[in-house]
Design a protein around this ligand. Structure first.
Ligand code: HCR
Length: 402
């Protein structure tokens, strides 16, 4: 039988949380949850999961052969999933509810490597309603840049919360003429809620489409569908010239071992995600951070969560929320909007590369998840906007990572 992980002292507030989920209005962040399920980490920090392994992140930039380069991109991507989607479960015993970033909240850090040089991460909350986080990660020594943004749309089924992600990531390799890889984000559902031990399972498909003509179609499943194991996936790699011919099939567990088979049927190990090195992101001490930086801004709330003090969490969160409301009212009065620090929006029809890649990848919606139903026409999509990182804006408005 599944073990109930709700602490006895918090079972009342867990029941109210479950009831509030049942009358759910679409905004997961607005739900008040008991302390044991709260994480003291803001969602702006989750952007780091894209590049915690420096060697995997830069590997594509060091590969001369386009087909092998594409496979290295797929390998890096699959290798990020464990930290993205099951690290809370593995380290803290269950998925947790992250802090909901405020508009303008930023998070920066870096990874230094003797072999590959410095990789910098910047993350910014570019929208609060709906919540959208933008991020950029670059390693100048190897001419690699990843940028992207993401938001979530959640809905409720009988025993799980279904979450669709919108947004995408774009990897650019400047050593290969700015070769780009459009990476779409998988849908997920959160199971185990009734017993107070939520965990994430990925579902559906996501894609990686490169300007070099290669495409990976990745299909996810939980226990029992492809195999008796959890966190399974199957990916097929094709190329633009011959989309019907599968060049490679990759399958296994994204949190464990996966294998790759070529067109002749030769099979070898693709990746063991348990062996992917996770490098620790370096973040400045709190005293050196600005008030907009996640860890400094949320410090008192994070302390209250560590203490498990429900009243104090609420009190400290309210202070932040009240302050944010004052800012928004002031902006409304002055007819202004909060200036985004490092990101701007781009209309899909003005970005030929994005339009081409997203067409090939079969993306039907740009920024808005609600419009990804089948009856959305291409014309609707071209007026969607994407959040884009602007390095010049960053240089003018640096919040230093170190
Ligand atoms: C859905 C989720 C918040 C969003 C998290 C995202 C999608 C954020 C972007 C990252 O790149 C990938 C990622 C990984 C997380 O698994 C995903 C979170 C899982 C749970 C959390 C909900 C808001 C928590 C709901 C509350 C629980 C207690 C029922």
């Amino acid at each position: 039988a599944t073990e109930n992980k709700v602490p006895a002292s918090q079972s009342g507030s867990w029941t109210s949380f479950l009831k509030s989920i049942a009358s759910y209005n679409g905004d997961l962040a607005s739900l008040t949850a008991p302390p044991f399920i709260l994480s003291s980490v803001s969602l702006t920090e989750y952007s780091k999961f894209w590049a915690e392994s420096t060697s995997e992140f830069v590997a594509p930039a060091l590969e001369q052969d386009p087909e092998q380069r594409f496979l290295k991109v797929v390998r890096w991507f699959i290798g990020t999933l464990r930290e993205q989607y099951c690290s809370r479960n593995e380290k803290l015993g269950s998925e947790k509810k992250p802090l909901n970033p405020f508009l303008g909240e930023v998070f920066t850090g870096y990874w230094d490597s003797p072999e590959y040089g410095r990789t910098v991460l910047v993350s910014e909350q570019v929208s609060h309603h709906p919540p959208v986080t933008g991020y950029a990660i670059w390693n100048d020594a190897n001419k690699v840049q990843l940028q992207g943004y993401n938001g979530i749309k959640a809905s409720l089924s009988t025993s799980a919360i279904s979450v669709r992600q919108y947004g995408h990531a774009v990897l650019t390799l400047d050593a290969f003429g700015g070769e780009k890889y459009l990476i779409t984000l998988p849908a997920l559902h959160i199971e185990g809620i009734l017993f107070g031990s939520p965990y994430v399972e990925l579902e559906g498909k996501s894609f990686i489409q490169s300007t070099s003509g290669y495409k990976a179609t990745i299909e996810y499943s939980g226990k029992g569908y492809f195999s008796g194991k959890k966190n399974t996936f199957k990916a097929k790699v094709t190329s633009d010239g011959k989309p019907k011919d599968t060049l490679y099939t990759i399958s296994g567990q994204w949190s464990g071992v996966s294998k790759i088979k070529d067109a002749k049927g030769k099979e070898t190990t693709f990746l063991d995600s348990q062996n992917v090195v996770v490098n620790q992101l370096q973040v400045k001490p709190l005293a050196e951070q600005s008030e907009l930086e996640s860890r400094r801004a949320w410090a008192t709330v994070a302390d209250a969560i560590t203490l498990g003090n429900y009243e104090l969490i609420h009190q400290e969160k309210s202070k932040l929320e009240v302050e944010q409301r004052v800012f928004r009212k002031r902006e409304e009065r002055d007819g202004k909007t909060w200036p985004r620090r490092w990101f701007t929006t781009a209309v899909v029809k003005d970005e030929a590369w994005y339009e081409q890649l997203s067409d090939k990848a079969g993306v039907v919606a740009g920024a808005s998840a609600s419009s990804s139903s089948n009856n959305v026409t291409k014309a609707d999509r071209t007026t969607d906007t994407n959040w884009r990182f602007d390095r010049t804006l960053y240089e003018q408005n640096v919040i230093k990572a170190d």
